[in-house]
Design a protein around this ligand. Sequence first.
Ligand code: EPZ
Length: 447
Amino acid sequence: MHQKFVVNGGRRLTGKITLSGAKNVALKALAAALLTDEQILLENIPLITDLKLMVKIISSLGVEVSFYKKNQLKVHAQDLKKAKVDLDMGAHLRTSSMLLVPILRRLQQAIVPNPGGCRIGARPIDRHIEGLRLMGIDVSYNSADGYFYAQNKKLVGCRYRFSKNTHTGTETMILAAVLANGQTILENAAYEPEVDDLIRLLNTMGANIHRVEPRTIVINGVKKLHGTSYRIMPDRNEAVTFAIAAYVTGGDLIISGTQRFLLKSFLEELDGANACWEPVDEYTTRFYHQGKLKATYVKTGPHPGFMTDWQAPWCLLMTQAEGESIIHETVFEDRFGYVSELCKTGANISLFNPKVKNPEKLYNFNWSDNKKGLFHALKIKGSTPLHNAVMNITDLRAGATLVIASLGVKGESILHGIEHIDRGYESLDTRLNALGADIKRMTEKSS
Ligand code: EPZ
């Protein structure tokens, strides 16, 4: 059932909001929970459709999983009966490929679909597969049916250097190494804080994992992992979405739930843009509109750089900044799908390709995945008064940006495709309405 948001914009957002648990930890915690036959209790789980789909997938494998109290999940993988993750579920979820290792450990074989996720580029998993093979897993891809087939010999620890940063690739190798024979050293490993939250969860289960340098992780294989209960870290992406909603609606929001070091590059860019914020306590920060914003030049990159998931909301903010801003997206090759929609509100944004000496080195995506006609940078002219529009949502973070844009403009806007929003934001409309927004969720009339 397709739904839309009908937004009556131009209202200031004010008040306090608490962040949900991080989607990009919760999904992996479910994969990690399958590495033990004891019960795992996960707290601060976001009630989002990606999470509910991951729950559906692991229960289809024969695992006991149930929601228990609000935002709490009990997983008990006493039995794991099925080795194959169905394409019709797994192909929509980037993290379905992370089930390969837990299934393999139990059943000595695993069949998982080529993962999907937001359509923001090719998003292959070559770096994951290369590492798994080095650990002794025999894995091949059948392009005829879209599945990876893996057989298990003994998983043996190895030293593996990622050719380039990969967030879920690092996490996949950690899941493979925690119960492998011997030591695994991951070099050029992802440094995203969400990876460290997964490491903390696994270590409470009895794993032996240490980040010895920013991009080097050492895992000493152990015999067994045991049950635990764990509270997922807050969602940094939500923090940025709500903060920018405060600015574009001329509002004043107190956002609680995350420490500021997790938002360092965002706060630094806010300072560069003259956007106002102030600490309230260790876990709470106030973001409020005051005075004129200044244009900025932002380049996205792996942590501790400016996160690619913050690129779309930042573009919206820069439409309200005086001068010409530049955003250079270096992580995904095709992450500007929202720009044409945002321009329907009157935003003045053009796409271009900056001169880059060594694109294979600069870009996090495989340069071979770059296609003719793709742009990797934006020029945003501001400040531009925006107006209401009818917009189509194509991916999660872009969708949230279009919702925030519609809040900041007077009059009625309509947003189609809000299933993309529900994939990653728990009750976004309800929570924004509690801050003064006027969003109605309506079922699309079947055309
Ligand atoms: C994770 O995606 C997040 N998703 C993304 O969040 C996030 O934007 C991204 O990391 C960067 O932090 C989840 O954790 C579920 P990558 P992931 O592997 O792991 C290319 C959101 O909105 N690459 O670090 O898929 C890849 O195509 C989502 O919540 C290869 O070419 O990101 C991309 O261009 C969006 N081969 C770049 O590298 C590989 O084997 C970074 O990918 C792996 C990656």
